[in-house]
Every structure is written in C-alpha cells, then in structure tokens.
Design a protein around this ligand. Structure first.
Ligand code: HEC
Length: 134
C-alpha cells in the first residue's frame, strides 16, 4: 500500500493526482520510467544494470543495496542516514548531478514536476521484493 501521507504530498506536487483518476497518473509514471529503463529495473526478478534496482526505493536508505557499488557521494549519504523521501527523490530526479555532485547517475533530469510526481508515485508501488499491491 502507498502511504496516504505520500499520496497527499504527491497530490500537492502533481495536479493530475487530484483531478485525474489514479490510472492516468499511473500511466504517466510508467511511461516516464522508460527514461530510466536503460539503467534501472523494477519488479520481481529485477537485476542490476548500470544502476541499482529500484524496488522499495521510496523511503529506503540512499545507497542501500549491498550488492551494488555506489559512488562515494551516494555511499556517504548512506552513512549519514539519508533516505529517499519524496522530497529527496523529487530533487534528485530534477537534476541528479546538481543535487548530488559526483553521482555516477548520468541523467539530465526531468523538468516537469507532474511527470516526476507520477514517476515517484509509480515507483512507490513496488515493495522490496518488487511486488505491487493492487
Ligand atoms: C544512464 C544510466 C541511468 C539512467 C538513465 C538513470 N539512472 Fe538512476 N542511477 C544510475 C546509476 C549509475 C546510479 C548509482 C549512482 C551513484 O552511485 O552515485 C543511479 C542511482 C539512482 C537512484 C539511487 C538508488 C539507491 O539505491 O540509492 C535512484 C533513486 C535513481 N537512480 C532513480 C532513477 C530514475 C527514476 C531514473 C529515470 C528518470 C534514472 N534513475 C535514470 C544510472 C542511471
């Protein structure tokens, strides 16, 4: 289940979440994830690509996968106890290299706040095992 608190914050970020049925926000999120797929997998059986798997990423510790070798900046964020809150994900996905200088994620960022919110919402549906609760 996606926490209600998250839906409320997402709704603030994303006018679509307020006005459109959830299915539309979900489509938007799934479509946005195409930009990430060359480097990231989610879902059951997801494997590491250039980037770590993103199952259960919402509110998980930054740099949390044991089997993935992160950049120094990501490893330091982990040590500092930082988590992928909604705000942290939103900032990182807007401009990864500005938010975390030295990150190995080579991605320009997503400018559209609505697209980011839909993507984060879509990602938040996957638990640590990559399962989605309907
Ligand atoms: C060109 C490859 C590439 C693309 C495209 C890409 N990423 Fe990444 N991503 C990475 C790499 C590499 C890392 C590890 C970064 C580090 O260690 O600094 C990463 C790290 C992350 C993390 C932190 C994961 C963790 O375990 O802490 C998140 C969240 C993330 N990416 C989300 C996304 C999303 C969402 C998209 C699509 C909008 C995306 N990335 C697109 C390569 C990519």
């Amino acid at each position: 289940m996606i926490p209600l608190r998250f839906l409320l914050v997402a709704a603030l970020l994303c006018a679509t979440a307020l006005t459109a049925p959830p299915a539309r926000a979900e489509d938007l999120g799934e479509r946005a994830f195409r930009k990430c797929q060359s480097c990231h997998m989610v879902g059951e059986g997801a494997k590491l690509r250039a980037g770590p798997t993103l199952n259960g990423i919402f509110e998980a510790p930054k740099g949390g996968l044991e089997k993935y070798r992160y950049s120094r900046v990501m490893a330091e964020a982990r040590k500092a106890g930082e988590i992928w809150s909604l705000e942290a994900l939103d900032a990182f996905l807007t401009d990864p290299r500005k938010t975390m200088p030295g990150t190995r994620m080579v991605f320009a960022g997503i400018r559209d706040p609505e697209e980011r919110a839909a993507l984060i919402l879509w990602l938040a549906r996957f638990d640590k095992e990559g399962k989605v609760e309907e």
